[in-house]
Write a protein that binds this ligand. Sequence first.
Ligand SMILES: Nc1ncnc2c1ncn2[C@@H]1O[C@H](COP(=O)(O)OP(=O)(O)OP(=O)(O)O)[C@@H](O)[C@H]1O
Length: 750
Amino acid sequence: MTATSRGPVILQILDRADKEILALSRADAGAVYNFQSKFRQNPNARGFWLKQLKGSRLYSARVTDAYRAILLNVGDQHFLLVSVRHRSDVYDDLDRYSYQINRVTGGIEVIDLAAVGNSIVGRLLPADDPTAVPPKTAEIPTLFDSHTDQQLTDLGVAEPLLPSIRRLLTDDDLLRFVDCVPALTADVLLALNDGKTFDEVLDLVTTPVKADEPVDTEDWAAASASPATQVTTDDSALQAILAESFARWQVFLHPTQRKVVDHPYPGSARVSGGPGTGKTIVALHRVRYLAERLKAGKDKPILLTTFNRNLAADLRSRLLDLAGAELSARVDIVNIDKLANRIVNEAGTDTKRRVINEAEALKRWNAFLLELGERRFDAEFLNAEWAHVVLGQAATTRDEYFRARRVGRGKSITREQRDAIWQLTERFTKQLDSEGIWTWRQIAARAARLELDRETRILEANNDESSATGQTLRYRYQHIVVDEAQDLSPTHWRLLRAMTPVGPDDMFIVGDTHQRLYDNQVALSTVGINIRGRRSSRLTISYRTTREILKAATQLLTGETYDDLDGGTDTLNGYRSLLHGAPPIFRGAPTWGQERGLIIGQLRAWTNTSDGSAAVCVPTKEYVAEVIQWLTDDGIQAVEIGPDGPARPDGVHVGTMHRFKGLEYQRVIIAGASDGLVPRRAIDRFRDTDAKRYQQERARDRSRLFVAATRARDDLAVFWHGNRSPFISASLAGLTVSSDDQSSTMELRH
Ligand SMILES: Nc1ncnc2c1ncn2[C@@H]1O[C@H](COP(=O)(O)OP(=O)(O)OP(=O)(O)O)[C@@H](O)[C@H]1O
């Protein structure tokens, strides 16, 4: 052993070794814990039997009689724990392990060649030559024949794997193979095999993880500090792994996630990405990054906000896990409506009012119009105009309303109509006032007004140094982090913008417009938030969903376009998964009553679904009640998902598509995916009268289905009765018949 007792010994765990440790028995994992703490004190202690592979950086060390730790020495006293294996697997000479610094990413990669070899032949290789791989037979075409070795390594494929790659014949070979190779190699090969060109893979997969500086493949110290080397950062993370009290996301960030998190921005930044790409994880790490850099104090200079209450509760508990109590105490975590309400309460002028929700507001619009005998506009149109144009753009006078932009509001209106609308909304608002009630949108508008006024006072005080108010009045927050940004309204953005000064790292905005569930849209530049150019990044690897589910889910979106929160368009280009599993099931029944059989049958077929790992998602509340009844009658415990999440953790969870945001399940059934329900039949009336509105409502229903489908980790089943939803293509449904051939006699509920 060359390691001496010069400096402190550093021992970190390399990504993937944690999975092996967690697979050990409690006693053996405990032994790993003892091992690592003793090893740090003295790596040369006798009981370790520390053995170096000749001419190599690899060492084996004894953990217990049965287990060996495989260590990579990356610096004088600096080791990475790369594997914990049974003694019989290690073959004392460690020949089965290959290690390198990837010349594209600069990250350290350790490869178990024996596992790779086994994956190719699909059986165990002889123990006397674990790295042996059957020779390639010249005439049989292999998967990557059209790419040269040079091309593959330029894309970041690990060089030691090239001979094995040349022996991959089938998709199954590849899927087995990618389970035991470095993540970038897996990602590149899967993308090429999916038919992407060299340039596309370079652009989508390789460039985002490429090292910023040229890579020195002999500089192990630099490589161990590279974001591409995913290691535990401190002892507490290592302890957490061993105590099984950690979640992987707390420790191992993907290099693209790491780059977005650990980055000083000159102003606001925005992160997009499909479902499950770790946007919330990144938001949480970002909050920790910002909190660690705060000046000491007890105040809360960071705001972490999201759309609704249960998502905020989830952020709170996850931040506590990630950053601990002390840092979390410096962060104000509150959902956006509650934040607005707080500001209004603080002003003290409207504290006695009762809040009504959107559905209630619409009912009142209907009654109001009926009473007036008003027929020029319908209630939905006026409610939306009031929400998006009047309140959304903070128009408090007729003139302001006349100047307000109506982008995205559908059919255009004349000056005369504008005048009539203004008068109606004024009267409607007065009526609500007189009854002492208001909506969440009104609260947000009032809060935004209050905060904008406050900001004006701050700026005035700063300009006038003699003013005493300048000493005390400050912006509420130094940094604001927003999750689920796609669902915030322009008024919410105005409120947030006024709460933090424009400057470095002011706002960090995370969201995916493909998952927009509420009727809100914004171009951030119009509310003073600049996210253009390098301030925008996209995450593309899903950590939640399998390739099979992801492919089906993205097909549900075909034909729709999505905005990028700033007037442009966003796509799911490059969205992918390295996980694989069973193909999703798409199946129809003649009637809703018969769909019951599909639901119950599927839950029974999956087995062990009563532990909260499975959920049924339906289009409306009525269907929730009915499915819960069916499951209960069948002896299956059913638990409703309410506004604060599932009522209890076990059982089969049942809820509407709206409720599924922020949740994830091993197995998901989407039931009632029928034409007339998804999208809602109610929107048909806009088809001819307001094409823009029709398209927006339809896109929202599509997003709901997409969100529901992407909550599934391993298994997804989509059922319908009567005609299937038009969002489910014939190829998805596995049907060869044209849609006209679908049974038109099938009964549709409603
Ligand atoms: N670096 C990582 N390592 C391990 N797991 C991760 C990582 N990043 C994300 N995950 C896991 O992937 C899943 C999805 O993460 P997260 O909820 O942050 O995604 P999201 O992009 O916010 O999803 P959605 O848009 O659907 O809300 C979670 O289970 C999370 O723990």
